[in-house]
Design a binder for this molecule. Sequence first.
Ligand code: B12
Length: 217
Amino acid sequence: MTQETILEALRQAILDGDSEQTQKVCGEAINAKVETPAILQEGMTKAMRMVGAKWDAKEFFLPEVLAAADAMKSAIEFMKPHLQAKDGGAIGTAVIGTVKGDVHNIGKNLVALFLELGGFKVFNLGEDVSAEKFVQTAVENNADVIGSSAFVSTVATEMGRIEDGLKAAGIRDKVFTMVGGAVLDPEWAVKIGADTYGKDALQATQLAQAFVSKKKG
Ligand code: B12
């Protein structure tokens, strides 16, 4: 099987919401020495984008989306031990979560995984996380980067509360704040005073890496 055939099979397994088949194809991709960035980007991430498009086009409904989300979770679990974070210890500490009132976690978990692969120690706070929890975790762990994710526009205001909380804690100038999620855009980051908007997990990781390398000189 060619690399493209394997990646196509992986996307199909996720779209079918078939967790067992998803893990089987991930195993085949590893055995066939498909590069892990291709598995993550062209296989897993692209599949979930297709799920999003099918949802928007009303071709997929709740059961299909939930099954695909489960398959994606099984792919992340399967891939974790096969991924090697950069050698030489963590390059920085990142705190990431989905804001209060929002339960979407697929995109956020991909960003967490990519940050880990990019050399960060990651505190993944999960979903429905208050601004206070983001700030407290950042203070306690001397974080370099805070990434907040929102997919429902009405709750994205919680991201502005993270900015306020960081200022109140006196650490706003020590951390790099990134926001992301399907319904946001770069203007939102400007509006709430975040340092950047990240369009995907790869860009988020590159921005975070650029910040820490500048900070640590
Ligand atoms: C899957 C899904 C669900 C699943 C979530 C399962 C899960 N475990 O996450 C379920 C079915 C539970 C769900 C529920 C709801 N959903 Co929904 N959902 C989606 C869907 C179809 C796909 C989202 C997704 O996972 N995409 C795949 C990921 C991989 O791609 P991505 O989102 O682009 O993520 C990348 C980037 O955004 C970025 N990124 C993500 N986070 C971060 C963070 C940082 C810091 C950075 C830098 C980057 C970054 O990197 C990611 C990886 O590359 C979208 C539609 C869409 N087109 O996106 C709607 C969507 C997000 N949902 C929507 C809504 C309205 C809801 C509900 C309110 C529905 C309802 N009426 O009950 C509830 C929300 C409940 C709540 N309080 O949270 C709306 C939001 C609309 C809006 N403007 O607010 C959308 C856009 C659908 C629509 N067109 O109406 N949903």
